[in-house]
Design a protein around this ligand. Structure first.
Ligand code: GLC
Length: 824
């Protein structure tokens, strides 16, 4: 941005609307248009709460096409009520100021978002500026660094191979030009700038009253998404850009990776050790060295003489194998390398400006690059996975897709490399890399995902990507790339995963232990504890660094790490239900505390990486994890239980019985309870986790892999409180049968009664028969004995005075019905 533009931008005062001077507003049945200088601003209500704003520079609207929002979604609209200065929907009022500046309010007149002036142009570049209220905070923007809150910072969207990125480095791997404003007078709202060029966002870095964003070129096409809650915004943003499909259940298990397991023997040894040490594990990853000379779609036959056999053996032991497939195709002329030969034959690779094929060095040496903006190239690419699918490879890892290029200071292709767009509802045209760069990785994953779905139509496809754009969650899960084995990065990883989740990417991961460097024993142990709550839990490390498998620091550390991996497996029914909820609603799996508890924004504890898993579990690591000093955890109103002891936590000290304080002590080191706070003294073998009062938490017996059928009852822990519920979800874990009724969904609720509690099993939907035959119920916060009946049948129950629980076992509750508990 030029200094002149900035000056002009910041000089514009907050929009004032003298009644006499009105913008020329042209009503539309679904919105309105107004003139802003040389530009036309068109606002269309896609729904009552989602506005699409398009700005035509010289009166003509930009091309109506998108990589992120499909045609049917863009074509939606609702009828609006016109007004002299704009229009209203059932949720918002849109008003144009005298200068055509846009102001969006809720129906009570609270400002959601307001321009501080008209759009500004500088050649092809554009700048938009909005008022930035004090007290508003900003989240989203994908995997960007710089902590949780974007306020006061500035960012650029340009997918970048950022090996060993620092905590403030920008840009890094992904470009998701979407943010959520939280804490303003109109509640939470979202803004998604659907422009794939090198866009930028300034959240009050230059001027703390102005939120500015823009791009060097491309469409001025953005969506304003009204809340008022953050959850409303995320759900609506994923209505626009798509939901992440339900992942195979094994992808929620523990995953072991290394750059690289160099041979079949080494992979077998790692697998054997995982089972021998009883660290539950679902996935083993093969990095680039399993290939012949780093060539995608090949196998090094010396090191992996029988990959199919190896994969089959691993499957027999409950492991899936995911392999890496980078997009760069080795330029191996006349060597019988099929991807190069077939791609050359049908002209699938990107061109230089002079029409020749663009060639540049990556892992395999000189390489060529598929033109994923052509639908036919995506089909060609997807079909290349046929051999892998035949061999039983469980999923694809698409790395280096920024795209990363070696031996060049820009680390990527020149801006003038030519892509051909033949896709979706784009006009058939060429586009420079400057336009396509940020969607290149996403279209790579789209090609992979669609290919895997075509090749195995009844299996869920699993793709992991490093680079992506808005909407990439439809095709792949993601991880944060080449992080460092430092305490800062451990904390940063959670902040990145939170912001990814708010940006649609609900399946976030970070290399557990850190990719580069080598973690101390304590750091790796803490990383396992936190990673056990990541949506995707993968230990990965770079070549030449110390090994980072769970056992590397001896039995004591292994025991702690194992305990946390085990806990994740016990929580699998909860985690899987969250994944299914995410697929339907877009609610992230791992969330900031304010997602479900908006008042948490105002709590005084350092919440910079406290997070929730669903609405029911709150994980509270130390704000300075490398320090052994005490810290306070603020628990949102409503009451919480200590996950590890099942005891009430955070009750006011004067009301807590000695037993309760005692148990908090056991759980979290030395804890004193201060009102809605818990003071924690960190210990390396514990991590404070709390359960919301009003939760019915499903857990299962321990298994060594999700392929194993749990042996024993489903366990439902009931933590009494307001709005008490839990969700059961089950299906076969891998096929598409769940889309045809092959699932089980059932809500369980609880309510306090005069002399006890009623637990209500709702009606079950779907036809899937679950693994459990019985349900073990453990009711927390229960004093004394109890009489339990299910319908008219009496159920034997055991009270445990010390634990404060009442436990009993029910047959599987296939039908809706109440279970009543009466105190004795
Ligand atoms: C990139 C990836 C890393 C991988 C390596 C080799 O650095 O980010 O995860 O191990 O390439 O494929």
């Amino acid at each position: 941005m030029r200094a002149t533009t900035l000056l002009a931008m910041t000089a514009v005062a907050t929009i004032a609307m003298p009644a006499a001077v009105r913008a020329q507003v042209t009503p539309r049945p679904d919105g309105a248009e107004a003139r802003q200088g040389q530009a036309i601003v068109r606002v269309v209500a896609l729904t009552d709460s989602i506005l699409r704003v398009r700005i035509g520079r010289d009166g003509a609207m930009p091309e109506d096409a998108s990589w992120a929002v499909d045609r049917a979604t863009r074509a939606r609209s609702v009828a609006v009520t016109p007004a002299a200065d704009g229009f209203a929907t059932k949720a918002v009022r849109v008003r144009f100021g005298a200068d055509g500046g846009l102001r969006v309010e809720d129906l009570a007149g609270h400002v959601i978002s307001a321009d501080t002036g008209p759009v500004r142009f500088d050649g092809k570049a554009f700048t938009l500026a909005k008022a930035m209220p004090q007290g508003e905070h900003y989240f989203g923007m994908g995997d960007k660094t710089g902590g949780l809150d974007r306020r006061g910072k500035t960012f650029v969207d340009w997918n970048t191979d950022a090996f060993g990125f620092t905590g403030g480095e920008d840009p890094i791997y992904k470009s998701i030009p979407f943010f959520i404003g939280v804490g303003g007078e109109g509640g939470s709202y979202g803004l998604f700038l659907d422009n794939t060029w090198r866009t930028w966002f300034d959240f009050g870095h230059r001027d703390d009253r102005t939120l500015a964003f823009g791009g060097p070129d491309g469409p001025i096409d953005y969506y304003l998404i009204a809340g008022p809650t953050t959850a409303d915004v995320v759900r609506r943003y994923t209505d626009l850009t798509g939901k992440a499909p339900l992942t195979p259940r094994w992808a929620l298990g523990y995953q072991q990776s290394r750059y690289s397991y160099m041979s079949a023997d080494e992979l077998r040894a790692v697998a054997a050790r995982l089972r021998q040490e009883r660290v539950p594990t679902d996935v083993l990853w093969l990095d680039i060295d399993f290939q012949d000379r780093n060539r995608p779609f090949t196998v090094d036959k010396n090191a992996f003489p029988n990959l199919k056999g190896l994969i089959g053996d691993m499957k027999g032991q409950g492991f899936r194998v995911v392999t890496i497939t980078d997009l760069h195709v080795a330029k191996a002329e006349g060597q019988g390398y099929a991807p190069y030969d077939s791609g050359t034959r049908t002209d699938e690779f990107v061109h230089r400006a002079d029409g020749s094929t663009y060639v540049a060095p990556v892992w395999p040496g000189p390489s060529v690059f598929p033109d994923f903006t052509q639908a036919k190239t995506r089909v060609w690419w997807g079909d290349l996975f046929a051999d892998q699918v035949r061999m039983g490879v469980a999923g694809a890892w698409n790395d280096m897709n920024e795209p990363a290029i070696f031996e060049t200071p820009t680390k990527t292709m020149p801006d003038d490399v030519v892509h051909r767009i033949v896709s979706d509802d784009f006009g058939r045209r060429t586009a420079t890399h400057a336009e396509i760069h940020n969607v290149y990785g996403m279209e790579n994953t789209r090609a992979t995902y669609d290919g895997l779905r075509r090749l195995a139509p009844d299996e869920r496809a699993f793709v992991m990507t490093r680079a992506s754009y808005a909407g990439g969650q439809r095709y792949s899960v993601t991880w944060t790339g080449d992080n460092l084995a430092t305490w800062d990065h451990l904390k940063l990883s959670v902040q990145q995963i939170i912001n990814l989740g708010l940006s649609g990417f609900s399946y976030g991961a970070a290399d557990v232990g850190g990719f580069a460097g080598g973690p101390s024993a304590d750091l790796l142990t803490r990383w396992f504890q936190i990673g056990a709550f990541y949506p995707v839990f993968r230990d990965h490390s770079a070549k030449g660094t110390p090994r980072a498998e769970p056992w590397v620091d001896g039995p004591e550390h292994l025991a702690i790490r194992r305990r946390f991996v085990e806990e994740r497996y016990r929580l699998m029914p909860y985690l899987y239900a969250l994944a299914e909820q995410n697929a339907r609603t877009g609610d992230p799996i791992l969330r900031p505390v304010f997602y479900d508890y908006p008042a948490a924004m105002r709590m005084s504890c350092d919440q910079s990486w406290t997070f929730t898993l669903g609405r029911s579990l709150l994980v509270a690591p130390s704000p300075s994890p490398e320090q052994p000093r005490d810290y306070d955890v603020c628990l949102p109103a409503g009451g919480w239980y200590d996950y590890w002891t099942g005891q009430r936590a955070g009750v006011p000290q004067q009301q807590a019985g000695p037993g309760q304080i005692q148990s908090a002590t056991q759980a979290t080191g030395v804890a004193t309870v201060l009102g809605d706070r818990v003071t924690v003294t960190p210990r390396i073998d514990t991590l404070p986790v709390f359960v919301r009062a009003g939760t019915i938490l499903p857990r299962q017996p321990l298994v060594q892999s999700t392929a194993e059928v749990p042996n024993g009852p489903l366990q439902l822990d009931v933590y009494p409180g307001e709005d008490c519920r839990g969700d059961l979800y089950a299906d076969d874990g891998h096929s598409m049968a769940f889309t045809r009724g092959g699932f089980l969904r059932q809500a369980v609720t609880c309510r306090m009664t005069d002399n006890g509690m009623t637990i209500a099993f709702g009606a079950r939907t779907g036809r899937f028969a679950p693994w459990w035959k019985q349900i073990r119920m453990v009711v927390h916060g229960w004093q004394g004995a109890g009489v339990v009946s299910a319908g008219r049948r009496a159920v034997a129950a055991q009270g445990d005075a010390a634990a404060g629980t009442l436990s009993f076992t029910l047959p599987d509750q296939r039908k809706a019905g109440d279970v009543t508990l009466a105190r004795q």
